[in-house]
Design a protein around this ligand. Structure first.
Ligand SMILES: Cc1cc2nc3c(=O)[nH]c(=O)nc-3n(C[C@H](O)[C@H](O)[C@H](O)COP(=O)(O)O)c2cc1C
Length: 174
C-alpha cells in the first residue's frame, strides 16, 4: 500500500473485537518497533505485552482509555539508555526517551494497520501509576499505550479524524 494512502486511511480505533491477534502478526508489529530510529542508536525503547487477563485487569487500574482491547503494547523507554544532552542549557532535563519511544510506537501503529490490526495511541494515564501496577523497575518509563486488535464491524473514524488543519497552518518557509 502507498504510504500516504495508509497514513490517511489510518484512524484511532476505539471499538475492538475480542478475537486475539495472531502471534506472527504481533511479531511483525514488534519488529517494526525494534528497527525504528533512535537518538545515537541507543535503542532505549521497551515493549510490554498486555494480553493476559491479569495484565488487562492491571491496565484497567492505570487508565480508563484501555478500550477493552484484546491486546495492548505498553511502549516504554529505559532511562539508563536514553541519549542525554546536559550541555543544552535551554533544555536542562532533555533526554530522547519520549521521542525514541514515540517513533517506535508510530512504526508499530502503521505496521499494524497495514495488516488489518487497528490501534489507538493513548497517553492519558499517569506514568508512575502505570509503572506501579506492572511493577516496572524505576528506570523504565511508560510513554505510550497502544491498545490494538481487530475492529468491530460497525467501527468508523470519529469526527476528529476528518478535522485536520490545512497545510498552510503548519508550513512556513524560513
Ligand atoms: C500524543 C497523543 C496522545 C493521545 N492520547 C489519547 C488518549 O489518551 N485517549 C484516546 O482515546 N486517544 C488519544 N489519542 C488519539 C487522538 O485523539 C487522535 O489521534 C486524534 O483525535 C486524531 O484522530 P485519528 O487518530 O482518528 O486521526 C492520542 C494521540 C496522540 C498523538
Amino acid at each position: 500500500m502507498d504510504f500516504l494512502e495508509l497514513a490517511k486511511n489510518r484512524y484511532s480505533e476505539r471499538r475492538f473485537e475480542q478475537t486475539p491477534v495472531e502471534q506472527e502478526k504481533l511479531d511483525r508489529i514488534l519488529e517494526a518497533g525494534r528497527i525504528s530510529p533512535t537518538a545515537r542508536n541507543y535503542q532505549p525503547q521497551r515493549f510490554y505485552i498486555i494480553r493476559s487477563e491479569d495484565a488487562k485487569a492491571k491496565v484497567r487500574e492505570a487508565t480508563r482509555f484501555h478500550y477493552n482491547a484484546p491486546l495492548s503494547i505498553l511502549v516504554c523507554y529505559d532511562l539508563n539508555e536514553v541519549w542525554k544532552k546536559p550541555e543544552d542549557r535551554n533544555f536542562a532535563e532533555y533526554n530522547s526517551g519520549e521521542q525514541d519511544a514515540s517513533i517506535s510506537a508510530t512504526h508499530m501503529m502503521f505496521a499494524a494497520w497495514e495488516i488489518g490490526v487497528h490501534s489507538v495511541w493513548v497517553r492519558d494515564f499517569d506514568s508512575k501509576r502505570m509503572a506501579e501496577v506492572f511493577g516496572l523497575p524505576e528506570n523504565i518509563i511508560p510513554a505510550v499505550l497502544l491498545p490494538m486488535g481487530y475492529p468491530q464491524k460497525d467501527s468508523e473514524p470519529n469526527k476528529w479524524h476528518f478535522s485536520k488543519k490545512p497545510i498552510e497552518d503548519f508550513v512556513k518557509e524560513l
